[in-house]
Design a protein around this ligand. Structure first.
Ligand SMILES: C[S@@+](CC[C@H](N)C(=O)[O-])C[C@H]1O[C@@H](n2cnc3c(N)ncnc32)[C@H](O)[C@@H]1O
Length: 407
């Protein structure tokens, strides 16, 4: 022993468990939490337990693990490389740990961390990195540090040497709340050289970008004689061809009334590679935050998402408004604030009950969210009186009145 030198209990290592026998004693929720990562590593996992949770049973049924349906017996650790004691019975865990010590198998004791010869770090996967944190048995501390590291990586506060190759990512940014972008979307945003952003979507995230990132407001791209969409397509292609990694940050999901596929086609034609990152569409998420579930058992067995951009009186409409009027379920109208009167009138004329509940949600998931609840025959007047402006989502159907069940 070296005098004057503090001795730490643990040495952090990465184990290659592929094809190696790992024994998990116990099949409850503790084991259930550990098993997926062991399976992902390719370990030959054997669970020893008289009973297991339905999820563990599902893994056994799927052939991901082997389940020995019995109590632990001395000798179970033969040929094992690693063992986890996950039972709720201290004596059993102690007996397993004793055999592990005797047979020189590293052993995690879920019930008494420092009593085992190994501990499970707080772990997280981040884009090919495996982050592990040990804090001498202080689980809350290791989990908090792990979360902080992953957040910092995600937001680009810790430099990750990985650079994206030149190209475009069409990223669905979600409805507006910066927390509602996907993990992948946020990760790619942190690596962008150029961001082409819409007016809708998580604008707050732009604040977090490094000063070196070029941010282009899609609404302000000068487009001269070309249509604005053509100008956006051209900007994506131009920057990608100049060797940049371009994130096209769009509101909601790129392909739900988002013209994302036009951008994909333009890039494909120019030979620019594109990754599509789906997003949380406002069609469903905005109603959700206003206590409107777009389906509900026994109430709505269908949900139709419609663009109100071209109203029912316009000969260019591609929507079968008469068929919509015949539905009993949910109609979600996007881009329809100024056409609400015409839409409501058409639906009622087509047979939809005038008393059908309607909810209109403006700027959902943001600090300025507003909700107006009414009925089909009165919604247009109520929306006008309330001064509701786009962007707003309108939900028509019995689900729009279900919030009364919360009172
Ligand atoms: C051009 S579409 C884009 C939709 C987007 N791709 C999506 O999946 O949410 C714009 C319409 O989406 C709806 N919208 C988007 N974000 C919204 C929000 N935060 N609150 C209410 N409506 C929103 C409005 O109906 C708006 O007029």
């Amino acid at each position: 022993m070296l005098s004057g030198m503090a001795v730490e209990q643990h040495y952090l290592a990465g184990l290659d468990l592929a094809g190696r026998r790992v024994v998990v004693v116990g099949g409850g929720t503790v084991a259930q939490r550990r098993l997926p990562r062991l399976v992902r590593c390719g370990a030959a996992v054997e669970v020893v337990s008289p009973e297991v949770t339905p999820s563990v049973q599902g893994m056994a049924d799927a052939g991901e693990i082997t389940w020995h349906r019995r109590a632990y017996q001395s000798g179970d650790l033969r040929d094992a490389w690693y063992v986890l004691c996950c039972t709720s019975v201290t004596e059993v865990n102690a007996a397993v740990a004793e055999e592990a010590e005797r047979t020189r198998v590293f052993c995690v004791r879920a019930d008494a961390g420092s009593a085992g010869s190994a501990v499970t770090p707080a772990t997280a996967d981040y884009d090919g990195l495996l982050v592990g944190v040990l804090a001498g048995g202080e689980h809350q501390r290791s989990a908090a540090v792990r979360d902080g590291l992953v957040d910092a990586l995600r937001e680009g506060r810790i430099a990750d040497q990985e650079r994206e190759p030149a190209g475009v990512a069409l990223v669905g940014g979600g409805p507006g709340d910066p927390e509602l972008i996907t993990v992948r979307g946020r990760r790619l945003l942190a690596r962008a050289d150029v961001v082409v952003a819409d007016r809708l979507g998580p604008r707050d995230l732009l604040d977090e970008l490094a000063p070196s990132v070029t941010v282009i407001d899609a609404a302000k791209i000068p487009y001269g004689r070309a249509a604005s969409q053509d100008a956006i397509n051209a900007a994506l292609v131009e920057h990608a061809k100049a060797g940049k990694f371009v994130v096209r940050l769009k509101g909601g999901d790129p392909y739900v009334f988002g013209r994302g596929f036009e951008e994909l086609i333009a890039c494909a034609k120019a030979g620019v590679s594109v990754e599509v990152v789906p997003g949380v569409t406002s069609a469903f998420s905005v109603p959700a935050v206003a206590d409107v579930p777009v389906t509900h058992r026994g109430v709505a067995h269908e949900v139709v998402v419609v663009s109100g951009h071209i109203g029912p009186d316009d000969p260019n409409t591609l929507t079968n408004w008469a068929a919509l009027a015949g539905l009993t379920g949910t109609i979600v109208v996007m881009m329809g604030v100024d056409k609400l009167a015409a839409i409501a009138k058409t639906l009622v004329a087509g047979g939809r009950d005038a008393a059908t509940p309607v909810a209109v949600i403006q700027e959902g998931t943001t600090r300025t969210q507003r909700v107006v609840r009414s009925t089909l025959d009165e919604i247009a007047a109520d929306v006008l009186a309330a001064g509701i402006r786009p962007p707003a989502v309108t939900v028509i159907g019995p689900v729009a009145g279900l919030n009364s069940a919360l009172a």
